[in-house]
Design a protein around this ligand. Structure first.
Ligand code: NDP
Length: 255
């Protein structure tokens, strides 16, 4: 495959968990990958090495998706990287994945917690995508990561679930407004998945795994490997006509 034909994906939060798994699956499909990390530089460098071992180009850039003031400079940095490494002005696929979890009952959620979730999960996706639009190729794709918690309610996730619900609405608007450029926008909504994101909850509530497994048609909690391939497949030519859809990937939770 020549450099011209190679597609490039940009994934936020590719140092660990679902973003890392998606980065590797996307590389396995023959695409090059730029991904971001927030604090885990060493983990990010290891992911770069894993992608390079697959024969693809990879680059890790630092980004705090909760700090929208940094997005313009980040977009410039991505553009320079595209020029230098790929001799191109555009990348093809954006995966808005980076995120944090805050578990807090509705009655006790503070404005600070709310704002943090808002900045990372909603404002960040909104304005980062906006700032990157000029360097996303026409005919590209965007995948936004939501959660099963935007469909069903588990106590303690009111702010998080609501921000992800907002992402699902935003994705339909993006699809409508970016369709003229041939850009398809879809949502992947994972169920409960074993990553660092859920580790504390599963560790401190051992009964949770049993409960979730019992409420999941396929009878277990998910793993990162259940998700990355779905994200990668939404970028494939075979799936080019899927647009403005929410695809829940939960093994059938709370049917
Ligand atoms: P992890 O905690 O395993 O990984 C989180 C990733 O996001 C890391 O790469 C981390 O970077 C990055 N990140 C965290 N905060 C920021 C920030 N402020 N700015 C930039 N990057 C940041 O989480 P998961 O992989 O499990 O979650 C990924 C996405 O999937 C999230 O959007 C989450 O809401 C969603 N999700 C997860 C589910 C689950 O059960 N795991 C279920 C449904 C949805 P670094 O490593 O540098 O800290």
């Amino acid at each position: 495959m020549s450099t011209q034909e190679t597609k490039i994906a940009l994934i936020t939060g590719g140092s660990r968990g679902l973003g890392k798994n998606a980065a590797l699956k996307i590389a396995q499909q023959g695409h090059d990958v730029i991904f971001t990390y927030n604090s885990k530089k060493t983990e990010a460098e290891e992911v770069v090495r894993e992608i390079e071992a697959l024969g693809r180009k990879a680059m890790a850039l630092q980004l705090d998706v909760g700090n929208s003031k940094s997005f313009e400079a980040f977009a410039k940095q991505v553009h320079s990287a595209l020029k230098q490494t790929w001799s191109r002005d555009h990348f093809n696929f954006l995966v808005n994945n980076a995120g944090i979890g805050i578990h807090s009952p509705f009655a006790q959620t503070t404005e600070e917690q709310f704002d943090q979730l808002m900045n990372v999960h909603f404002k960040g996706v909104y304005f980062l995508t906006q700032k990157l639009l000029p360097i996303i190729a026409d005919g590209g794709r965007i995948v936004n990561i939501s959660t099963g918690l935007a469909r069903f309610a588990i106590p303690g996730y009111s702010a998080y679930g609501a921000m992800k619900g907002a992402i699902e609405v935003l994705s339909r608007y993006m699809a409508k407004e970016l369709g003229a450029r041939g850009i398809a926008v879809n949502v992947v909504a994972p169920g409960a998945i074993h990553t660092d994101f859920t580790k504390d909850s599963f560790d401190s509530h051992p009964e949770m795994e049993k409960f979730i497994s019992s409420q999941t048609a396929l009878g277990r909690v998910g793993v990162a490997d259940d998700i990355g391939g779905v994200i990668a497949s939404l970028l494939s030519e075979d799936n080019r006509w899927i647009n403005a859809q929410r695809i829940e990937v939960s093994g059938g939770m709370f049917l």
